[in-house]
Design a protein around this ligand. Structure first.
Ligand code: UDP
Ligand code: MG
Length: 167
């Protein structure tokens, strides 16, 4: 089954200059990249992304982590991979959530760490299932930012919308 999956290279991955390594590892999947961009993550975006973890004791830490406040890198790289069994393929390559438990050859096992305050800095986010992938992709990307039509869209006419264009 063809699927879409949201991948985020988290601020620790960017700070450690792992973008190339991570994309090379992901290219083993033979999946297609259908969207990619750099994003400055607001508190609102981070909280919406991790809203299912709101009651966890580490919630505030991972909001700060995703915003780049632990790494002096206030950005993440967001990508959508698309193709056969995309979620399982990418999650297998990423490895377990806890980098100490992740297989040593996986992305998280190779590059992740647990901080002294207990946060799993695991360099990459991968959607966990179809419905989460759809929710996350719609949160991080607009329809025009992907090169394939992933989900139903509608056209609206917006009046007096202020937007930035090249001068
Ligand atoms: N996390 C953490 N401690 C935990 C569980 C999760 O620091 O005990 C962090 C970790 O960075 C993880 C993120 O919170 O990637 C989201 O957790 P989730 O359970 O969704 O794991 P994932 O889907 O990323 O493997
Ligand atoms: Mg998750």
């Amino acid at each position: 089954m063809d699927q879409a999956v949201l991948i985020l290279i988290k601020p620790d991955g960017l700070k450690k200059s792992l973008t190339g390594n991570i994309l090379t590892r992901l290219s083993e999947t033979k999946l297609e990249i259908v969207a990619a961009k750099m994003v400055r993550v607001t508190k609102e975006l981070a909280e919406e992304h991790y809203k299912h973890l709101k009651d966890k004791p580490f919630f505030n830490d991972i909001i700060q982590y995703l915003q780049g406040q632990l790494h002096d890198r206030k950005k993440v790289m967001a990508l959508i991979y698309w193709g056969q069994d995309a979620i399982k393929k990418c999650r297998d390559l990423a490895g377990a959530t806890n980098p100490e438990e992740a297989e040593s050859t996986s992305i998280r096992g190779s590059y992740g760490r647990i901080t002294t305050s207990g946060v799993y800095e695991n360099v990459i986010h991968v959607s966990s299932n179809d419905s989460e992938a759809e929710r996350e992709i719609k949160l991080w990307f607009a329809p025009d930012e992907t090169i394939v039509d992933l989900y139903a869209t509608k056209s609206i006419v917006q009046q007096e919308v202020k937007s930035k264009v090249w001068a």
